[in-house]
Design a protein around this ligand. Structure first.
Ligand SMILES: Cc1cc2nc3c(=O)[nH]c(=O)nc-3n(C[C@H](O)[C@H](O)[C@H](O)COP(=O)(O)O)c2cc1C
Length: 357
């Protein structure tokens, strides 16, 4: 068994990671997912140039709370010196548990400047970036990669080896190329090949949407950890379900609508408390509202309303009205069992983490 380069709070066979996600994996969501059983979290990717320039918005992305640990700060950029300087700064100022390098972002704006998956066109550059960052921080340095830039350069093992040889202590693979973006299926066989090729932990990522998928991914790949992104949108309890599946326990069903809304409101409250500009926080929270209400009977109308909310009271009001009318219509799914276990960090996950931090 390969050992992670940082300590976990509780021993977990095959730890679960909340994926770095721009605009999603912010502190309130990270804490919520931790309370549902995510063992490790990461910040969204942060520009090395922004860190070095000391931009205020960048500082906002880097804030985290001790209860989120172990946490990795993810940085991106194509210039080894700037990446090294950024790693040194985040180490000194924020002291995360590890520094993760993004070699996967497919977004045009980033790739155009050779950042994210743009680096995958030049493995020599990948090696130089990892070496520079490793030399700049005493913290473990890890890398998150895609399988290649496009089909012709697809070679996740070569990319993973380049990172490892340059000093990366853990590699996460999302087995799609940049050209794939999010189409098709993640090629889990490539995760298995990387697990065989590297002597450091390999974290599998891609298409884990249900608890059972986590179990299947481990069976098929032998990965040392599992990272989840989209499956957790509007469903932070997926970590709880994935843990049950990995431990060979029955996978809990989906929470009933009332419980789902309670979790959503708690999340919204924490998001507003975290962001100094409350109006902006609510605007940015609308996407979560869409996700939390996906698949509900009559959900389209509810979502139309929620996409226009301006403050928390409107969120409470619309969700409350929906519950009341669904009760009148005798909709199923308003009551049911969904039992979540607490963690030391948060003994009562449904109440969520304390607000305002
Ligand atoms: C909204 C969104 C934002 C993302 N932002 C980042 C990011 O900042 N850094 C990163 O390495 N990957 C980012 N990703 C990619 C995810 O971390 C993950 O690799 C990908 O979504 C595949 O995992 P999934 O199938 O579980 O979603 C993002 C994905 C999404 C959907």
């Amino acid at each position: 068994m390969k050992t992670l380069p940082f300590a976990l709070r509780a021993r977990a066979r095959t730890p679960l990671f909340l994926a770095p996600q721009a605009g999603v994996s912010e502190s309130p969501f990270r804490r919520l997912c931790r309370s549902f059983g995510a063992d490790v979290v990461l910040t969204e990717f942060v520009s090395a140039e922004g860190i070095v320039r000391g931009s205020g918005r960048t500082a906002h992305y880097l804030r985290f709370d001790d209860e989120e640990r172990p946490i990795g700060i993810q940085i991106f950029g194509a210039d080894p010196e700037t990446m090294a300087e950024a790693a040194s700064l985040v180490t000194e100022v924020y002291g995360p548990d590890f520094v993760d390098i993004n070699f996967g972002c497919p977004v045009k704006k980033v790739v155009k400047r050779n950042g994210g998956s743009g680096c995958l066109r030049d493995l020599e550059l990948v090696g130089r970036i990892v070496r520079a960052v490793v030399a700049a921080t005493p913290l473990p340095v890890t890398a998150k990669i895609r399988s290649g830039f496009d089909e012709s350069s697809r070679d996740p093992v070569a990319i993973g080896r380049t990172c490892r040889d340059a000093g990366a202590r853990m590699v996460t693979l999302h087995p799609r190329t940049r050209a794939d973006m999010y189409s098709g299926q993640a090629r889990w066989d490539e995760i298995a090949a990387l697990v065989d090729a590297l002597d450091v932990p390999v974290i599998g990522n891609g298409d884990v949407r249900r608890g059972e998928d986590a179990h299947r991914m481990r069976e098929r790949t032998g990965c040392d950890g599992i990272m989840i992104a989209r499956g957790s949108h509007g469903a932070p309890w997926l970590f709880h379900q994935a843990r049950a599946a990995l431990d060979g326990r029955p996978v809990p069903g989906e929470p009933d609508t009332r419980t789902r809304f309670e979790i959503c409101i708690r999340h919204a409250e924490n998001a507003v408390a975290f962001e100094r500009d409350g109006d902006k926080a609510v605007r940015e929270f609308r996407k979560h509202l869409g996700w939390y209400t996906r698949g509900l009977a009559g959900g389209r109308r509810l979502r139309q309303r929620l996409f226009q909310v301006r403050d928390l009271s409107e969120v409470r009001e619309f969700l409350g009205r929906y519950l009341a009318s669904a009760g009148e219509r005798g909709c199923s799914g308003l009551a049911g069992g969904f039992i979540v276990t607490g963690s030391r960090a948060n003994p009562d996950p449904l109440r969520g983490p304390p607000a305002g931090r």
